[in-house]
Write a protein that binds this ligand. Structure first.
Ligand SMILES: C[S@@+](CC[C@H](N)C(=O)[O-])C[C@H]1O[C@@H](n2cnc3c(N)ncnc32)[C@H](O)[C@@H]1O
Length: 417
């Protein structure tokens, strides 16, 4: 990492005033949290397997270190909503932004607080699953989605049973008029369909699909209630809330909902990684054929192709579009930040030797100054916190110690003029 060694934070951590939101011992706890390799679980985190989602314990560590209850936390690339769930569970308010409408759907599903009435309507829907999915009943083809291409790679005869089961399940959800129940039930169908189709070689039977959906719906209801208890048990004068915006982060500081809550105490995020291929918006069916079905099932519209979701085409020379888009989004991130905002990122690189320095240059151009608060606590020679990535689908093709198999935690503050 020639020429880019992390500058140790200019202050002694123990001397920091509580006004900066930092707490004694935070650095050790954050290091442990960032390196925690346990599976993503708990609360509503398992509602969907969002690609490249970060570990809840890392986000929790950052929230604990840099914020207090009632503060605002922003995630400008919120993906599956991990930050929003953790923030609310800890009594912080959270705003998430993502260019993917699938992300907004998941954020809503994971952070809504169910009423008892929502729960009973959901339980009644669950009881009907067995009769709803029935191969002898007529198909309920969703023509608008089918005509717009959302059935791609699921249109073949080998998929007809599962396709019909999903169509029937989605139609049953669409008959639910109660908003939160509808969202939770839709998410249960989405999760089950992901289990049935995404990255697997064999297809389950309709019977197994039905059983799985009943099981998932039950687990998700339990998780949603655990989340509700956690949030209600915080005993705060004003309950925490989450907002999610479906748009690009570039220019988002000018949106009223964003401007109203800025500057937040913490911006914690994991943007698309340079040069690393992650399919945020597709499932891979039958030997890696890409299917846009998650948008159809979530009742959303897909924005565009892969490069739309990854900040640019990874084949572009020098990743120029990636770094241009990184700059336009992080210019807005810097505009959202104030003097007391800490910006924490988790990033991986396909070729760290040139991409990390370039990445840091972009941060600097955006007016963000790197800090490394880990004095003496790390043995990584560049002074940054690195972690091995647990066995994730998106890097499975890489060798165990290939560069993309490591992630780094970057911490920035707004540069003082
Ligand atoms: C690595 S994922 C975030 C995962 C998230 N940390 C989680 O735990 O689920 C990166 C996200 O950035 C989003 N994204 C890409 N370009 C964007 C842009 N210009 N503005 C906002 N979000 C964007 C993608 O849709 C994707 O969801």
């Amino acid at each position: 990492m020639a020429g880019h060694t992390c500058i140790i934070w200019a202050v002694n951590m123990n001397d920091l005033s509580p006004d900066l939101g930092l707490k004694f011992g935070f650095s050790q706890r954050l290091i442990e949290a960032a390196r925690d390799q346990s599976r993503v679980k708990g609360l509503t985190h398992e509602f969907y397997r969002y690609p490249a989602r970060f570990s809840p314990s890392f986000v929790r560590g950052a929230i604990e270190a840099f914020t207090r209850p009632g503060d605002w936390v922003v995630d400008p690339f919120v993906g599956g909503g991990t930050t929003l769930v953790e923030a609310m569970a800890m009594g912080r308010n959270a705003l998430g932004i993502d260019i993917s409408s699938l992300s907004s759907f998941l954020c809503e599903a994971k952070t809504q607080i169910l009423s008892d009435q929502d729960v009973s309507v959901f339980e009644r829907w669950m009881e009907r699953i067995d009769g709803t999915i029935n191969m002898h009943s007529p198909s309920e083809r969703h023509d608008a989605y089918a005509d717009a291409g959302y059935y791609r790679n699921l249109d073949g005869p080998e998929f007809w049973r599962l396709r019909k089961a999903i169509e029937q399940a989605v139609s049953s959800v669409e008959r639910l008029r109660r908003k939160r129940t509808h969202v939770l039930a839709r998410c249960a169908v989405l999760k089950t369909a992901q289990w049935a189709l995404d990255s697997r070689k064999t297809r389950p039977s309709v019977k197994a699909f039905k059983a799985q959906m009943f099981k998932q719906a039950g687990l998700m209801l339990k998780a949603a209630l655990e989340f509700r208890d956690q949030v209600n048990g915080l005993d705060l004068a004003v309950p925490p809330r989450a907002i999610s915006l479906n748009r690009t982060t570039a220019g988002a500081e000018r949106v009223k909902a964003v401007a109203d809550i800025c500057p937040p105490k913490l911006i914690v995020t994991s943007p698309p990684y340079p040069g690393i291929h992650v399919l945020y918006h597709r499932w891979q069916v039958d030997g890696r054929k890409e299917a846009p079905a998650p948008f159809w099932i979530a009742g959303k519209l897909d924005g565009a192709g892969l490069s739309y979701y990854t900040l640019g085409d990874r084949k572009n020379p020098g990743l120029q579009t990636y770094f241009d888009n990184l700059k336009s989004t992080f210019t807005s991130v810097a505009a959202m930040a104030g003097d007391e905002t800490t910006v924490v990122q988790m990033v991986a690189f396909s070729k760290p030797e040139w991409q990390l320095p370039k990445y840091l240059e972009v941060m600097e151009d955006c007016g963000l100054e790197e800090c490394c608060p880990w004095e003496g606590a790390l043995d990584d020679e560049d002074g940054r916190l690195w972690r091995d990535v647990p066995n994730r689908r998106w890097h499975a093709h890489q060798k165990a110690h290939a560069p993309g198999a490591r992630e780094v935690v970057l911490i920035h503050r707004k540069a003082r003029l």
